[in-house]
Design a protein around this ligand. Structure first.
Ligand SMILES: [Mn+2]
Length: 356
């Protein structure tokens, strides 16, 4: 157990509302795992709310039991959430107001100078978010930490993916999502939530492969992009996963095939809408079908079992309901399992472990 931990901390007790993420007493400096909140969701095209994800996940996290049935007390290495950046929150306010006018016309801005200016400014602000995230993640990695980013929409992890790919060239993305996210500059936004994987393919050569799981909402152009990627994008479509399950193929066998497509180092990017929407009813662009809780846990277990190393991760598109904390509850729990898988995959359980 970390020397920096509060001697009075009782992992079996209820967390108080001033405690840190998961009710833990670690400072960011003392924690091995840094949770980076990025409350930015300017390009959300259908239903807003993901900018509230980090605060909602933080609050819900205090209800999560620390002891994990599969992975024990992995939290002892230290998990702490950074305070949200005032700059990012200011960029979110400015960009989302401007983006709204562009989204209202579906990105068809024509030769309207006000809309052109709005679009240009959103693209500038999105670039600032990318630079901010890249710098924050690169600093944390250089300090020997592991990073779990919480969005925000699916535009925000680009800087995190870039930082991980710079440190581990050849890294693979495990991409859980309802959407392929391969749209080229969706609605004119260079860094749209619907374009994250397209931007990774174009801008991050250090990512050797993207393995997509749960995909069930995509346009023909995106399908063609996958087919033309020469294996850089490998997609396990939700409909095909459903067929296999209906034919009696065990999920564990499917997991082994998914995992086999990944290189040795893995970055996990999880859009919560990859789950069955009963688990994330308020997310920005929900789609029927999707992964069950047990399937996701089995997939994480399969990555760990394979000996692959999860080097970093993000969870995006968690949007709290107006009068329900269900989405945030699920989000906090899946984030905890993802962090557990990352810790477990590194086989380092103690704060004084071999990389410390
Ligand atoms: Mn997505």
């Amino acid at each position: 157990m970390s020397m920096s931990m509060d001697d009075r901390f009782d992992p079996n007790a209820a967390a108080d509302e001033t405690a840190g993420v998961y009710g833990l007493p670690f400072s960011v400096d003392a924690a091995r795992v840094v949770v980076l909140p990025v409350p930015f969701a300017a390009t959300t095209s259908y239903r807003r709310g993901a900018q509230k994800g980090p605060a909602a996940v933080l609050e819900a996290s205090r209800q999560v039991d620390l002891y994990d049935h599969e992975w024990g007390n992995f939290w002892e290495a230290g998990i702490a959430m950074c305070p949200p950046s005032d700059e990012v929150m200011a960029w979110e306010r400015e960009a989302s107001a401007l983006a709204e006018t562009v989204i209202a016309v579906g990105g068809r801005i024509g030769d309207d100078p006000a809309l052109r200016a709005a679009l240009d400014r959103v693209n500038v602000l999105s670039g600032k978010v990318n630079d901010f995230v890249y710098a924050a993640v690169a600093d944390a990695l250089a300090a020997g930490k592991e990073v779990a980013l919480v969005g925000g929409d699916h535009a925000v992890p680009l800087g995190a993916i870039r930082a991980h790919a710079a440190r581990w060239p050849g890294v693979g993305l495990l991409h859980l999502d309802a959407h392929a996210d391969l749209r080229r500059h969706y609605e004119g936004f260079t860094y749209s939530h619907a374009s994250i994987i397209d931007n990774v393919l174009e801008e991050v050569p250090g990512v050797s492969r993207v393995v997509q799981v749960g995909i069930r909402d995509f346009c023909e152009e995106e399908r063609a992009r996958i087919d033309a990627s020469a294996g850089r994008v490998v997609t396990f479509f939700d409909a095909d996963l459903a067929t296999r399950a209906a034919e009696g193929v065990a999920w564990q066998r499917t997991v082994d095939e998914i995992v086999a497509a990944l290189p040795a180092k893995v970055y996990l990017t999880f859009d919560i809408d990859g789950l069955d929407p009963t688990l994330c009813p308020n997310t920005g662009t929900p789609v029927p079908g999707g992964l069950s809780w047990r399937e996701v846990c089995g997939l994480l277990r399969g990555v760990v079992r394979s000996g692959r190393e999860i080097v970093g991760l993000d969870l995006v598109e968690v949007a709290p309901g107006a009068d329900s904390d269900w989405d945030a509850n699920v989000g906090a729990r899946i984030l905890y399992k993802m962090i557990g898988a990352m810790r477990m995959s590194k086989k380092v359980f103690d704060a004084g472990g071999e990389r410390g």
